[in-house]
Design a protein around this ligand. Structure first.
Ligand SMILES: *[C@@H]1O[C@H](CO)[C@@H](O)[C@H](O)[C@H]1NC(C)=O
Length: 208
């Protein structure tokens, strides 16, 4: 059994403008706790995942590819991502909340590319992970102590937590580890803490 523990500290450059880049709302991680659905790109960039790879990404994080219904349920509460991703059963699409010229052909709803016959096509992934709902949150306080679920006991298997730390532009974040204990694994593949200096999990990657 693989225990997976994933922390992500996210820092927005500007609290007032968080989530907007190139006129596109990026809020997948923000809403994860509410919907259990989130968007994933490959580390190497946009539209790099085959169906099998997309499925593996979600399963590695303890979830599975989101169904169309799960993506639509997330969309109804504001999940908006301008990037097509694999869903369960080889379907591809993306959720649009705000109609815009650049994305979604000016319509709202799931932009549905249908079930793809060619599973070697490369898209992003939409994962569903109900366990991801159990911890994390957005923090704007000047000082905060984060604890893993059940602390001081061990956290559960297949747990994913996203902690969002938001500060004003120009402010810095000082992270101090008072106690840190994850599953022993020198390459940090089983359990890990990752830090991002952005909502962007490719360019904002700081370290693991
Ligand atoms: C399936 O998609 C891949 C990637 O786009 C492409 O290289 C390949 O030629 C496609 N196969 C068929 C049968 O269309």
């Amino acid at each position: 059994m693989i225990a997976l523990f994933f922390f992500s500290a996210l820092l927005w450059d500007e609290a007032g403008a968080w989530g907007f880049r190139d006129g596109v709302l990026h809020n997948s991680i923000w809403l994860e706790r509410a919907a259990g659905v989130y968007h994933r790109e490959a580390r190497s960039g946009k539209y790099r995942l085959t169906y099998a790879e997309a499925k593996a990404v979600c399963e590695y994080e303890g979830g599975h590819l989101a169904t169309y219904q799960q993506l639509e349920a997330a969309r109804k509460i504001g999940f908006h991502v301008c990037a097509a991703g694999w869903m369960a059963k080889g379907r591809v699409g993306y959720p649009i909340v705000k109609a815009g010229a650049n994305c979604g052909f000016g319509k709202t709803g799931i932009v549905d590319y249908g079930i793809r016959l060619n599973r070697s096509e490369r898209w992003d992934a939409y994962c569903y992970n109900p366990n991801g709902k159990e911890c994390g949150g957005v923090f704007t306080d000047s000082k905060h102590i984060f604890k893993s679920p059940g602390y001081p006991n061990e956290y559960e298997n297949k747990q994913i937590c996203y902690w969002h730390i938001r500060v004003r532009y120009g402010q810095r974040i000082h992270l101090q580890f008072l106690e840190f204990d994850v599953e022993e694994d020198t390459s940090c593949l089983a359990d890990y803490l990752e830090i991002y200096d952005s909502y962007d999990d490719i360019n904002g990657f700081v370290g693991r």
